[in-house]
Design a protein around this ligand. Structure first.
Ligand SMILES: [Fe+2]
Length: 136
């Protein structure tokens, strides 16, 4: 089932919200493509897009946090490093080690990973920025 953007996911900054919508799009497109035929190509494309997204978005988010003197800045940066390590781990497991079979189990693991990424990152971490960005 595709994930839908809702106003309650807004962190109160249009640029970051646009980035988060992009993350949702990556997840939804992965699900759609994986349902049509899951293979290493679909998986690789998703992981590459996710890595690209993560690097750009985290940098934007950290710059904004520094600008507003966000009190949880250090903790949030550590969380970003952890999330990047997670994607790198998936890249190593599924893209670099081509002996790993790409099957239904991997597809499910990948879906869980993407949703966990979204939930941990936007819902649990980023929404804490809301009061500091002038949103209620
Ligand atoms: Fe974010």
């Amino acid at each position: 089932m595709p994930i839908e953007w809702r106003d309650k996911l807004s962190v109160g900054d249009p640029t970051l919200d646009a980035d988060h919508k992009n993350l949702i799009k990556i997840i939804n497109e992965f699900e759609e493509k994986a349902d049509a035929g899951f293979d290493r190509q679909v998986l690789s494309e998703t992981l590459k897009r996710l890595m690209g997204y993560a690097k750009e978005h985290f940098a934007r988010e950290e710059r904004l946090q520094a600008r507003i003197n966000y009190p949880y800045y250090d903790r949030h940066c550590q969380e970003h490093r952890r999330l990047l390590r997670d994607v790198e781990g998936h890249i190593r497991t599924y893209m670099e080690d081509t002996s790993t079979e790409i099957d239904g189990e991997v597809k499910l693991a990948m879906l869980h990973f993407l949703r966990d990424w979204l939930i941990n990152h936007i819902i649990e971490q980023d929404l804490k920025m809301r009061p500091f960005l002038g949103a209620s």
